[in-house]
Write a protein that binds this ligand. Structure first.
Ligand SMILES: Nc1ncnc2c1ncn2[C@@H]1O[C@H](COP(=O)(O)OP(=O)(O)O)[C@@H](O)[C@H]1O
Ligand SMILES: [Mg+2]
Length: 324
């Protein structure tokens, strides 16, 4: 009320003004008020001594302005809704194009390259072998990029099946280590599970958890120092079970830290010689952990390197089996 009254006073005594009544939240109505003018005492200027409900003309003007504002608001909201619907249709068309027009041919290309690489059409000369290896690496990368995009889309549409079961997080971590060990070896990095006998029950979707872990472990392998050691720990923390993956690399650069979970984001200081991914891994991992009502994060290690972790709520049974 203060602003309309002040504005009215500034406009001068002849104009009157519209005061919008705001009750609690939202506009519920308005009053048209007009300054009540007293006779000037010392000069020719009229003086404002109070406010009273305005003349019929100002009331009619006020109603007209109010109606115009309401109609403008409705039209703008409708335009926004139409635009949103149009974008949703575009998005679903794009996704279906990615699925059918890209994924299928990429699979065919990767398959053909694998056959050539495997000697199906005869042995290859050294130069040809090199080129085929490059083609293979890149078709794999393209295929995983398309998979990542489709994954993100599924997560955002809420279409990802999320049947959950009770799992011992330590078992899932052990399985993921086995699955990613070979990859780590290619960087001369080793994985070490600390306290593999712990029980850490959570309700989760196993395949999705394996996907999150694969991302954390493969990143740790890529960004560790050569002959590096990656330590994986499952521990209880504030009613949650936390999986942490600590590497001994250079860590996430300071200026990149707040963009790590953004889509397609990769720090420029990527390890030389490492085939970079799509920059979608963490974004997908974050969506999966969020869909499990958990949280994901990272901290710099005291002695260098980075620790990435995620927390999932401990299920009832483990609350009694393991103490905080
Ligand atoms: N353990 C790590 N140490 C340092 N930087 C990391 C680590 N893990 C991830 N990053 C940084 O975060 C970026 C995003 O990771 P991610 O989303 O998994 O994408 P990608 O692995 O495809 O590059 C990486 O490119 C890298 O710059
Ligand atoms: Mg990654």
């Amino acid at each position: 009320m203060i602003y309309p009254v002040a504005a009215g006073l500034l406009l001068g005594p002849r104009l009157g003004f519209i005061a919008i009544l705001v009750v609690a939240v939202g506009t519920t109505g308005f009053a048209v008020l007009e300054p009540h003018v007293s006779e000037p005492l010392f000069n020719n200027e009229p003086r404002v001594t109070g406010l009273m409900f305005g003349s019929p003309i100002t009331l009619v003007c006020g109603v007209a302005v109010f109606n115009a504002i309401v109609i403008w608001g409705i039209a703008a909201t409708r335009r926004l809704a139409d635009e949103r619907d149009r974008l949703l249709v575009l998005r679903s068309e794009l996704i279906s194009a990615v699925r059918h027009e890209l994924r299928t041919p990429i699979t065919a290309v990767a398959g053909a390259i694998s056959l050539i690489e495997g000697g199906m059409v005869g042995s290859l000369e050294a130069q040809a072998k090199k080129l085929i290896a490059i083609a293979k690496r890149n078709s794999d990368l393209l295929a995983s990029l398309v998979d990542d995009i489709l994954d993100i889309e599924r997560m955002e549409d809420g279409n990802s099946e999320f049947s959950v079961e009770e799992l011992n997080l330590v078992d899932v971590v052990r399985e993921s280590i086995e699955l990613n060990e070979m990859y780590a070896q290619s960087f001369a990095v080793t994985f070490h599970l600390l306290d593999g006998s712990a029980i850490a029950k959570v309700k989760a979707n196993k395949n999705r958890l394996l996907q999150v872990l694969a991302n954390l472990l493969s990143n740790a392998a890529q960004f560790s120092s050569r002959n590096g050691r990656v330590e994986i720990l499952v521990a209880r923390r504030n009613g949650c079970n936390r999986v942490s993956v600590a590497d001994d690399g250079l860590g996430v650069p300071e200026k990149f830290r707040d963009r790590v979970f953004e889509r397609f984001s990769q720090s420029k200081e990527a390890r030389p010689g490492v085939q970079s991914g799509s920059g979608l891994g963490f974004s997908i991992a974050k969506s999966i952990v969020k869909a499990h009502e958990g949280m994901i994060g990272f901290d710099a290690n005291k002695n260098g390197g980075e620790t990435f972790y995620f927390d999932l709520r401990a299920s009832e049974e483990s609350a009694t089996a393991v103490q905080d």
